[in-house]
Structures are given as C-alpha cells and as structure tokens.
Design a protein around this ligand. Sequence first.
Ligand code: GLU
Length: 510
Amino acid sequence: MMSAPVRVRFAPSPTGPLHIGGVRTALYNYLFARKHGGTMILRIEDTDQNRFVPGAESYIVNSLAWCGLEFDESPEKGGPHAPYRQSERSDIYRDYIQKLITAGHAYYAFDTEDELNAMREAGKEKGGQTFQYDQQTRKTLQNSIALPEAEWKQLMDSGKPYVVRIKIPENEQVVVHDLIRGEVSVNTANLDDKVLFKSDGLPTYHLANVVDDYLMKITHVIRGEEWLPSAPLHVLLYRFFGWEGIMPKFAHLPLILKPDGNGKLSKRDGDRLGFPVFPTEWKDPKSGEIYSGYRESGYLPEAVINILAHLGWNPGTEQELFTTAELIQQFSLERVGKHGSKFDPEKAKWFNHQYMQRKSDAELSQLLQPYLDQHGVSPSAYYLGKVIHIIRERVFLVPDLWSTSWFFFIRPGQYDTQVYQKIWQPGTTGWITDFAREVEKLEEFNKDTLHAVAQEYTTRTGVKTGQLMNPLRLLMVGSNQGPGMMDLADVLGKEEFLERITTGLEALSR
Ligand code: GLU
C-alpha cells in the first residue's frame, strides 16, 4: 500500500511566548516534513479562552519565522483545511461531539466546578484516592448516565450549564504505538472521563486536536512528552469515531532538562542562570516584565536551530555543525532518544561562535552596521574589512562584534585607572614620547616596520617590550583589552596611532 503524503502540524496554544522546547517541537516537525517532501501546518489551538494571552500568536509566528521555520498551511497563509485557528472551527466540533453522544461514547455532565472541587478536597482529607470523574464515580454524579432521562433533560431545559465527557469503556487495554518509545499500554481503569466539550460551547484540547488531525489528514503527530499521558485517550477517540485505521503515527519528544539538576527546563532557569529560554524577547502584556530572547542576546538563527537539533536528536556521527539542508537530509525520528537532554548554555554559546566563524567578513560587517550607525561612525568598507578580519575569532555573540572593535572607530574617552596605576612607571611618559618620535620618522607604517622600530628601541634603551606595549595599549584602547598591539596599530594607521599617543598622554598628565 502506498503511504499517504506526509503531513505534520505544529499546534501551539497561544497561552504565552514559545519556550525553546516548543521551538524544538516545531523544528523536528519541520525537518521531518521537508525530509519526506511533506507539508508542514501551523494550527493555533486557542479553545481555552481562560488561558488566552494577547500577542502570543503573533509572537509564535514571528519567532518561528526568525528561526527560518516556514509553514505551508497556517492561519496567515490559509490552505485547503482552513480555518487553522480552532476558535474559528467551533461548528465543526459541535457536529463531532454530537456523533459521540449519539453513539453512547460521550455523555452530558452537570456537576459544577465548585461541587467537583469539594469532592477533590474531601478526597484529600480522607487521605484516600484523589477524586476523579471516571467509570466508578460517574454513577453517583449528575450526568446523563446516572440520572433518569427525564431528570437530566429537565436540567438541560432549565439552562443549567453542562459539559460533555468521554465515557471511558471498562477494562480495555489501550495501546499507543510511539515511534520513539515503542508500545505504551494502559488499562482504561486508569483513565478518567475527560471533558471533551465545555459549557462555553468550545471543545477542549483533546477533542479539537483529534478531530483536526483527522480532518487535516495529519500523518504524524510529533509533540512533547508531556502529551504522552493523553495519547491513550486520543487513541480511544480515534476508535470511537471509526478512524483507528487511519490514525496518525505518534512520536513524543523527550524533555529538555535544566542545565543543573533534574527536571524540565523552565523560564525561571533562564533568569537564574542568565541565558535566554525564548527565541525572541517577550514582554508579558500583564506584568510588563521582559524576558530575554536568543535573537536580542546576539544568537544567529542557524545556531539556535543547530542547538535545538542536538537536544534530543543524535546524528550518530561526530558532526556537530549542520546547515539546515544537512539537518533535513540527516534527520530521522529513529535517532531521537527517549531520555531528556540537558540544556548546556556554554555549549550554546560555542555553537554560536562556530556559526559566526562561518560568516564572511562582509556578512559580519553587515551585522556590525547597526552598532556603527548607533554610534554615528561610518568607516570605509576597506577599513571595516580590516577590523573584522582581526576581531572575528573573538566573537561569540553578535554584540561582541562591537565590544571587541569599538576602539577602532572611536578614540577612548577614558583610561582605566587601575590599569594605569599598575603599568605606568616613572619613565613611561618619556619612553613613549621618544618611541613616538621614532615612529613619526617612518615612511611606511605597518606592523612589520613598527615592530622593527620597537625592537630597535628596546634593544638600544634596555626598556622592556612590555614596558612599551602595555602603556601603548592603554593609550590606544583605554584599557588592557583588545587584539595584538601591532595589528591594532596597523589598522589604526600612523596618524591615528600618533594622535592617540598625544591625546592620551595629555589626558593622563592631568
Ligand atoms: N496545543 C497543544 C500544546 O500547546 C498541542 C499538543 C499537540 O501537539 O498535540 O502544546
């Protein structure tokens, strides 16, 4: 039998910004779809109005676009199965829930949230089993199974709010075939009668998810491990609808773990350990709090993709750096592990460093450009090229392009006093002045001729190289930072080199 063309979906709920775990789920779906020449769908699962956060949907769309993850069908792009926002599909779910009720696989339940909470509390107090709405308890509660028909119909007619719950069958074994975990088998005695349709006229995640995966002809459900416990319920729904034969294949991705200790990487770990947990910056619309993003912290999207590709998937070779095309070619669900992977912020920086090194001088110049504009400097392309060439190896994150190069464009306005006190000796000003006089005579100024002058000067006077170079660096940069002194001088050029000596000595003598 020919298998159906691959169709996968990323189905986030717009309840806040997308954590990098969510981006990884989107990425694995994307790689899988592209590898198999399939279709990648974005479906917004917004049926829980209580958890809706304004701005979250556009955040999700924009941050995935920044990562280079494109969808073939989405709320924005449309497609053959539009609408792709679940809140716009409520009529569809209404029809399907009706089918389940008619077939006796779902029932009306009238218990209020307060009543259910009271039972949960009572259960806790007794120290016994925690209360759940299931095949045992449903017999004693207010629903269309326990109550005589006339009675529940009257409740309904009187306008009492109700939900629709799944009727979990008794003593059946439900098997989920997971591409990553193998067979996961659960007895229905352990499942509860989850709400499928709420009193607000909208379905819950479980119903909407299954109906949409069916209608949108999804072939593979690739999602986070946290949904594995719901998978048996979903399998039952496919069975009840008569779709079990064409059910999508499941792949539940392992967790991304915090760098230290165990447990799932959370937003708080990022704050605590000083690294971003979100792809792009997020401003909480309620609290106004700002959470840092990879983009704003100076990561390249291709590095973020590569970092996430390795958190769960293993290429099976030593290769660490991949282009997206290589990832598409090599990705397979068989090489996704069962166990969680620890997020390593240092390794993330290292990855970014590697991708920065893969950029051409011209590309790095472009990334530096906004900083140059911000500081009102406009060097020639030639000068910029020389600077980039010298600093590029020291750059880990995009802002390093500026922090390691600014002194090529701007004279130091201050001189580090601690460095000054440490290196400046009684003879220093005189040595530098004499040395500068020798440099002035140079017809050709470059690192070799400068080096020769320094050599000649130190040999003749007995002044040590460090006694000359350290103060020179302070005069050029204002601190003890920066690349090799000769490279630095070479790029600055004779005029600027001598000018910085004069202005620097003047400032330090005050
Ligand atoms: N809406 C669910 C979420 O927020 C989707 C889970 C799934 O992919 O089935 O993660």
